[in-house]
Design a binder for this molecule. Structure first.
Ligand code: LMR
Length: 463
């Protein structure tokens, strides 16, 4: 501040000003609005803090409920029982229920921190170019014709959530009016509903999970999408569906692609678990690569939270892929220019550190190979726990069919237990899971799987 600009008086100092000093100002301040403001000031002064003066009254800003997932995390932390089990948030844990820093991430982090050229400058609006280029190759395949033909544009985002939001915002702003509906699987990741509501996309659901088979309701899905209005958007989980752990088989993906083509729907892939489902990066991305091969114009939200264990670093990417054709590069360029404006107005430019770590690994063949091993460690341990849980339930003779524990894939299993049972297992056994009966398999380990199976058995028997 220059020495000539006077400091602004604080409201408390103006309240303390003497009558003579205020009267000396009155020549400038005798308007009705000043009188009203002065009266409010005096009223506040005389009544102390009991006078609430806000436009954000309860009917304008009602109290919102706590986020269920983060609320659950807080409740788990507060629980003092030494038996407690956290199967809530989808974050990988090691066999001692501790967060796991991937060895390759540790290595990349050390390299970065010791790099004398590292600085904390802004990234470009679209993020770190070497990161987004590597992210494209990871998701589409390094020999993807879409990349070679220059019809992909990518922006680094605030993890997968930021990419989902950017995609929603872009579609809401640029798709022809009336704004098309976005179809979400039933159920889906709870945040999808909030994000798309915030960007004013009307939401509809397509059936996904069959409570009867605890697998995919493929017929329900296809029949709903085949009656969707032309031009609607369909959000598809690329792999390791959250919350159900149920993925379409390749043949089913082909049928989905066919309906999407027939109804002229716009595919929006959310890919938060590449490498986490099967442990194989290409296999987990089969569906996206198939849709791109089929020539669809589409968008993809990509997260590096789970597969790199970079949860808090918020590393992710958004990709737009134009269909093949003469105009593809021109379309891509125009879309990129508008995405840059949206990004600039929302976050200006993305956070650097997590993307730098991922970029180092993705662009170095030796580190990449180590990362693939780390992915196998995580997905392998989860698969082991699925088998162990199923074996324990079999041993206990728990009523019901529990085949889905081993047939579902990825971070989550949708157990099929009721909300009442979920509350009972929390109350009595200190086991924390989301109300829809989803468990994060990563929270199970050789020390607690038996305990959890007994708890599950108990609440299923004593409903
Ligand atoms: C989850 O579903 O548990 C994770 O994707 C974490 C989150 O942000 O919701």
């Amino acid at each position: 501040m220059s020495s000539s600009s006077p400091p602004k008086p604080s409201s408390s100092s103006s309240l303390r000003s003497s009558p003579s000093s205020s009267s000396s100002n009155s020549v400038h301040s005798s308007s009705p609005s000043h009188t009203a403001a002065r009266l409010t000031q005096i009223q506040r002064h005389t009544m102390g803090s009991s006078v609430a003066d806000t436009i954000f009254t309860e009917d304008v800003v009602p109290q919102a409920p706590e986020d269920p997932l983060f609320g659950l995390m807080a409740a788990y932390r507060k629980d003092t029982s030494d038996k407690k089990v956290d199967l809530g948030i989808g974050a990988y844990r090691d066999n001692n229920a501790k967060p796991w820093v991937l060895p390759v991430v540790k290595k990349a982090d050390d390299l970065l921190r010791n790099d004398p050229n590292l600085n904390h400058e802004y990234l470009p609006i679209a993020g770190l170019a070497e990161f987004t280029a590597a992210a494209q190759k990871l998701i589409l395949g390094s020999d993807s014709p879409a990349i070679k033909e220059g019809r992909v544009t990518s922006l680094q985002t605030v993890s997968g959530t930021g990419a989902v939001h950017l995609g929603g915002l872009f579609l809401s702003k640029f798709l022809p009016k009336p704004t098309p509906t976005i179809y979400l699987s039933s159920p889906t990741w709870a945040n999808h509903n909030q994000i798309f509501t915030n960007v004013h996309l009307p939401i509809a659901n397509y059936p996904y999970f069959s409570a009867k088979t605890k697998g995919l309701d493929c017929q329900g899905l296809l029949s709903t999408l085949s009656s969707a209005k032309e031009g609607s958007i369909v959000l598809l989980h690329a792999c390791a569906h959250n919350p159900t752990g149920v993925d379409p088989a390749p043949e089913e993906w082909k049928q989905i692609a066919q309906v999407v083509r027939e109804r002229n729907l716009f595919p929006f892939f959310d890919c938060a678990y590449q490498g986490f489902a099967s442990g194989n990066l290409a296999q987990d991305n089969w569906a996206i690569r198939y849709f791109v091969e089929q020539g669809f114009e589409l968008i993809i939200a990509q997260s590096f939270a789970k597969n790199f264990g970079l949860y808090g670093e918020r590393a992710g990417a958004f990709h737009f892929v134009a269909g093949p054709g003469d105009k593809a590069q021109d379309i891509t360029k125009r879309v990129a220019s508008q995405l840059a404006i949206l990004q600039r107005s929302e976050i200006s430019n993305p956070p650097a550190y997590g993307a730098r770590i991922a970029s180092l690994v993705l662009n170095d063949p030796a580190l990449f190979a180590e990362w693939e091993e780390d992915l196998k460690t995580m997905s392998g341990r989860i698969i082991q726990q699925r088998k162990a849980l199923k074996a324990e339930l079999d041993r206990l003779g728990t009523p019901g069919n529990w085949e889905h524990i081993t047939s579902q894939i990825g971070m989550f299993s949708f157990t099929g237990i009721t909300e009442k049972q979920v509350l009972a297992i929390r109350e009595k056994w200190h086991v924390y899971m989301t109300k829809n009966g989803r468990i994060s398999m990563a929270g199970l380990n050789t020390h607690n799987v038996k305990y959890f199976a007994e708890a599950l058995d108990d609440v299923v028997r004593h409903d």
